[in-house]
Write a protein that binds this ligand. Structure first.
Ligand code: NAD
Ligand code: DAU
Length: 361
């Protein structure tokens, strides 16, 4: 190496490490399931960073998830909509935001089938509004959190896995709206050089998940003495990931990921069907098969998702650290111990939704 370069090398490395030290993050949707787990994780791991959490507090947002950090001087909550360009622009400017971590979305497939409008608005227009503000405010990194559902469905007997080159083929209003958002994020990278990264993750589970999704719905229904509704034949397959493993993956992407790149994130369960997931929950809770109730199938129900996460493993060293059975047991225990948290949710709007979706309260 040239003498002068040898001299400069440690300084260059030092500068590279400094780039993302003492960051100011704007987290959107931080009062939701993954967003709140992410904020709790991040402030513990990087106590010097500052987080502004922008959340509209829709039915899915719950500020109680963040009570452990509400007095933290490096955490601030702002109630607002990602479709409000003026608000976002002001926040990015006044809070000197370096990095945006974009979780905010309408996230439940069944609700997107009942009423697609809020999905189009938040997931597409909201993402576009954030991208525009990020460009204007010269944001250093825009990390977009997306889903494996954009790739459509695998056949039940397929050995294939989704990877970063799998063509998009969304089949529900939810996944179509997330696919649109992904395309916009990529377009802002190629067209305007906005420094973006994207992750597409499989089904998360863990504490603070809204009890409309299969795992918390099953656990809380059983705790309430209600049966667990299983769509169709129950032989649908998801690639389950404990939420903390999703947070560590996003952490690595923000610190070490390459601008413009997409990373797929998934779990380690080998083709476990929904009915077998519910059977595991029943076993942990000491209940029998009579707690299962087969109900009408979801229209356009994707048969199977499976993720090839070798890119993030090879390039950033990530792998899911939690095995499914112990993380599921931990999750059952969490919902059993935190009944106040979900009992407040399973009232009012939730019961109306439950009736529309399942035909009974
Ligand atoms: P969630 O429904 O639990 O939380 C969404 C949060 O976004 C809520 O706090 C809600 O109040 C907020 N929000 C909704 N509309 C908003 C708006 N217009 N402005 C500001 N805030 C708004 O969702 P989640 O399960 O935590 O998912 C978070 C992200 O991760 C979503 O983008 C989702 O598509 C993606 N994702 C989820 C999973 C999963 O298994 N849950 C898997 C892969 C990807
Ligand atoms: O794959 C990632 C996606 O995972 C995320 O992008 C979504 O935001 C998240 O909601 C989740 O979508 P799914 O539709 O896969 O999750 P859900 O928990 O709703 O359903 C999981 C499986 O269980 C699916 O095959 C449908 C089935 N199911 C679900 C419910 C709510 C039932 O059989 N009965 C039910 O009552």
């Amino acid at each position: 190496m040239h003498k002068r370069l040898i001299y400069l090398f440690p300084i260059l490395i030092h500068k590279e490490e400094q780039k993302f030290k003492n960051m100011n993050l704007l987290v959107t949707g931080g009062a939701g399931f993954i967003g709140s787990n992410f904020i709790l994780y991040w402030l513990k791991r990087y106590p010097e960073d500052k987080i502004v959490n922008l959340d509209k507090l829709t039915y899915a947002g719950n500020i109680e998830n963040l009570k452990d950090v509400e007095d933290n001087k490096n955490y601030k909550f702002v109630k607002g909509d990602i479709c409000d360009g003026e608000l976002i622009d002001d926040l990015m400017k006044n809070e000197n935001i370096d990095v945006v971590v974009h979780f905010a979305a309408e996230s439940h497939v069944d609700r997107s089938i009942l009423d697609p409008a809020p999905f189009i608005k938040t997931n597409i227009i909201g993402t576009y509004t954030l991208l525009e503000a990020a460009l204007k405010n010269k944001i250093k990194r825009f990390h977009h959190v997306s889903t494996d559902e954009v790739f459509g469905s695998l056949a039940l007997n397929s050995k294939e896995k989704f990877n970063e080159n799998t063509p998009y083929a969304p089949r529900s209003p939810y996944s179509a709206s997330k696919a649109s958002a992904d395309h916009l994020v990529r377009a802002y990278y190629y067209t305007y050089n906005l420094p973006v990264t994207i992750s597409n993750c499989s089904n998360n589970f863990g504490p603070y998940q809204f009890p409309e999704k299969l795992i918390p719905l099953a656990i809380t229904n059983i705790l309430e003495g209600k049966k667990v509704p299983i769509y169709g034949d129950g032989l649908y397959v998801r690639d389950w990931l404990f939420v903390e493993d999703h947070c560590t993956a996003i952490d690595l992407i923000i610190h070490k990921g390459k601008i413009g790149e997409t990373y797929l994130i998934g779990g380690m369960t080998e083709d476990i069907s929904n009915i077998n997931v519910v059977r595991k929950i029943l076993k942990i809770m000491g209940k029998g098969e009579e707690w299962i109730e087969f109900v009408k199938d979801r229209p356009g129900h994707d048969r199977k998702y499976r993720i090839d996460w070798s890119k993030i493993n090879k390039e950033l060293g990530w792998y899911p650290k939690h095995d499914f059975d112990s993380a599921l047991k931990f999750t059952v225990d969490w919902y059993t111990k935190n009944q106040d948290w979900w009992k407040k949710i399973k009232t009012g709007e939730y019961l109306d939704y439950y009736k529309r979706q399942y035909g009974k309260k």
